[in-house]
Design a protein around this ligand. Sequence first.
Ligand code: XMP
Length: 519
Amino acid sequence: MQFHFNREKILIIDFGSQVTKLIARRIREFGVYSEIITPEKLQNLKDFNKIKGIILSGGPSTVTKYKFQTVPKKLFSKKIPILGICYGFQLIAKLHGGKIKATKKRREFGRAAISEKRKSPLTKNFFQSKKNVWMSHEDAVIKLPKNFKIVASTKDSRLTIIENRKKNIYGVQFHPEVTHTDNGNQIFKNFIFSICKIKKNWNVSSQKNKIIQDIKNIVKKERVICALSGGVDSSVVALLINKAIKKKLICIMVDTGLMRKNEFKHTFKIFKNKYKLNVRLINASKFFLKKLKNIENPEKKRKIIGGLFVNIFEKESKKIKNVKFLAQGTLYPDIIESRSSTGSKTSKIKSHHNVGGLPKKMNLKLLEPLKEFFKDEVRVLGKSLGLTKKILNRHPFPGPGLGIRIIGNIEKEKIKILQEVDHIYINELIKFNLYGKIWQAYAALLPIKTVGVMGDSRTYEYTCLLRAVTSEDGMTADYFSFPKDFLDKISNKIVNNVKGVNRVVYDITSKPPSTIELE
Ligand code: XMP
């Protein structure tokens, strides 16, 4: 199969937890290949040969109802070690005769102190001086299933870790995959290496040649187009395909005019001159500005920008003859169908747009060489392809760009002001050695003018907002704590250098309840 890695693996059954992807990431970070599948897909899985261990994830379901998400009971007799996490743990207990109760009294959210009750191969070197685990559950296992033993307890959950060592089945009520659990990685290390006895078999950069060969085999003599944004994903896709088919890859960069100062043209030059890509730059800033005139609603802006991007890309690609493939930077997290496994509909917060979301009606075959990889793995691939550090370590930048960072009405003058502010902000972060410590930083322009005083004169100008967050995957985020001297410096420098701004504010909300972008 294309871009598929047929090797020994740890299989993760996804019951819809928000953090299932982290389990797979942790395991791959230890050099072991892991894959996520839904319980539905598990039903049809015939070949368990390469599966050396199974992890049942957490999820919103409850085994206390008549109908609940489950796995075939025969999974437990395949002699493959199994670890259940949170819901996965409750499911193991339920299927082995334990008792689970939905009780408000026993629910635990947040950190809980854990204490060891007996030694277990799962918890070797786990109980160090700090012993907090991260809990997020309402149901609790209140009766131990037959042939299981208690390994650890918290104040509110007597059954926090259980084991059936003979059958190699283990369950933990907490989430070892989140960083709030002290030493949580040790649980995975013990499970995969000591219990599953799987050998290290995953090294991202060594996959590079296989991917390039796969691309050659799939594309043969045809041509491929690719929307290049200069972000890490599309850049790595372009470099990989370029290595495989050279000039038969045509990259299109659509300049929306909503990019950071100088960034797009600079990126274009790098790809054209340094990497010798066949790349076309389309300046469409006037169209974007025209269509966005007087549009204040964030969702409308997103739809207009996304739609226009697709139209322009389609128009340009029609000018190129004999194209058979459209390359996209789809990543592994994009294709994990955890939502469909729970059947739950999540509320739509924002309509995301990125160059990966191009229309299917283009009648081109999709080429998605990164679809088995996580973002941090893509960075490793990029590094081994010689991608410049500047692009490799660039903070995420949303498809709609500055369009969703100019709050309210978008005007040419506002774009210029924001580009200047953002440019100063990012450069100062680099100078202060802070850029690499922050997951994402940017400046936004607020639609309010306030009074200030400069020299002896009154000013009445815009307010800009600075945002900087730490995060693991953008799903949750904490605001970054700047040293005071940086805040002093940055506010001075912005107000003194950017005409049109007389006030700087720093956003100190986390996600949730805020989001990272303002619109
Ligand atoms: P929010 O604002 O939802 O953002 O907390 C989470 C992450 O997603 C990025 N983002 C986008 N990325 N197209 C993208 O490619 C989009 O439309 C988009 N909107 C938000 C955001 O910058 C942050 O990294």
